[in-house]
Write a new protein. Sequence first.
Lengths: 362, 362
Amino acid sequence: MQDKRKGKSLMDKIKETTANIKGLDTKLMEEAQERLDSLTKPLGSLGRLEELAKQIVGISAKESPKLKNKVIFTLAADHGVTEEGVSAYPKEVTAQMVYNFVRGGAGINVLAKHSGARVVVVDIGVAEDLKSSPELVIRKIGYGTKNMAKGPAMTRDEAIKSIEAGIAVFEEEFKKGIDIIGTGEMGIGNTTAASAITAVFTGRSVEELTGRGAGVDDKGLKNKIEIIKKAIKVNQPDPKDAIDVLSKVGGFEIGGLVGIILAAASKKVPVVIDGFISGAAALVAYKIEPKVKDYMIAAHCSVEIGHRIILDYIGLKPLLDLDLRLGEGTGAALGISLADAAVKILTQMATFKSANVSEKIK
Amino acid sequence: MQDKRKGKSLMDKIKETTANIKGLDTKLMEEAQERLDSLTKPLGSLGRLEELAKQIVGISAKESPKLKNKVIFTLAADHGVTEEGVSAYPKEVTAQMVYNFVRGGAGINVLAKHSGARVVVVDIGVAEDLKSSPELVIRKIGYGTKNMAKGPAMTRDEAIKSIEAGIAVFEEEFKKGIDIIGTGEMGIGNTTAASAITAVFTGRSVEELTGRGAGVDDKGLKNKIEIIKKAIKVNQPDPKDAIDVLSKVGGFEIGGLVGIILAAASKKVPVVIDGFISGAAALVAYKIEPKVKDYMIAAHCSVEIGHRIILDYIGLKPLLDLDLRLGEGTGAALGISLADAAVKILTQMATFKSANVSEKIK
């Protein structure tokens, strides 16, 4: 990557991408609304599916979008902060789960298949060298972040590189055709990073937005809260500088997802946001370029309490509330299926006229 | 049907069906829980999907259920009470929409296809003779109900026949293979019937549980409430006698759905309940045989305010909350897709052992 950057500043790729994020196509959205209102159903009776269909028309700038190519990006990385005992699972689970993704045995594999999506698994910072596989994209920024309780999780340069890696991963897959994406992640310790990011940007207390992650007990939760507070105190991330926040208390997979979200929006591709960690990435992306919000679809509201705070802050209303807290992109997979259903309503239903059905009594 | 009933009392078929509704297989449910807990994900992290998978194991009494054959029953009938101006759409829309179902242009066709379900359309009481078609099951109990504001919507005999017709329709389709069903309906005026049924059984006020249906305005809503009150006053349905309530303020499609729900439960088939009218049918079925509750999956919570009251009364928690209010089985179609996803989680994910992933730190 160094070669490509000759003569360019470090942020150029990110700036170029965000510059391509435009507003939605409101004219086509109005036309979509007219079509929705002409379909054989009481006005507005398919509720949020109708809103979703309209949003996807606006994003894609296509009158009759088809969500044929569905991709879930599941990015994995490790977190140095795990040495503080913030997680219920040992650190090596990150790598083990990547192999599980590659073999197709994880929750995301099952739900992505159910929704007709393919999963792109990316090692963006797992702490060990993973066996190469055609099913695994390797874009390592480092062997896990450093312990944020002691200093910055990564350098500013690494934070930028993680975002750029996400952009590059998206652009590579985009060549094969993408109509909608979902975000996903795996990284033991990453709810700690997500909580820290959320606290810094929203100004809410660490206690309010820190949950049990994969399942720490009461004592573990108390420790986790203390560590997050310490990380914020030690690093003093600047909420006005999204890259600063990402570098000091973030993670490589979170940075990568920021890049994927920005890149998707720049290519007019709807982004279905998964749970809390994906939400933290969405928050960083939103802080870099607020216009990206219109491209986001919140799949669900996680059990992780900080997630609701993120969604409210950005202004996103989740589609599902199924007490999920797995991550990986599992909620996004279900959200993609709803988006697909919504678009089919718009494009496949008969109109009152075509079906010869009487309209409402005036 | 008369011949078959010789020597049998009118209620025999219903009694025979309800007698076959047993409790769920709790032993298999415990085993399903053990398997869920062994899968590569934090304990319980797939929330309601896990509960759903377990419930379906208990219902089907199969260790590894497969939801291959998915059927949505969409029953159509007319309502005499429409002559009181309770609906925003003219009565002839019921028949027009049945033709739309048969041609595949309605919301339910699109969403059922999306979820891999087939739609069985049943004329159980449309006010006109419909053109026969291989896509349409004709089981007419009458040409619409009578105006409940003036007297009983149907006779007790007709109410029983409508339930039996539902049982017969289910049993006929069951021969072709059914693993899960959804309920659906079409009938201009049927939110009026559903509101009346709900008021009688729950004791809540008509005002509290009457909504705008397909879209009446403020004046229309006020009139609708008055008519429902009048219907209850005129008919004095006995909440202790479910058949009495169905006959006096119900509808043929509601009775048919009662039969379908009871028959499905008797054959160990999970029933995904759609919106308000399906909910009213579920309520009648629950009043006939409370054990049927365990077989029910509430797909969503409708915009129709009475629906939430029904769900709370029976004790069902909806999966989706997407501001739907179309009926036809559209919400059930989406619910079936979630049920399918849930079962796949149970049956297709790797275990910690098989995937060689480390378990939680003790």
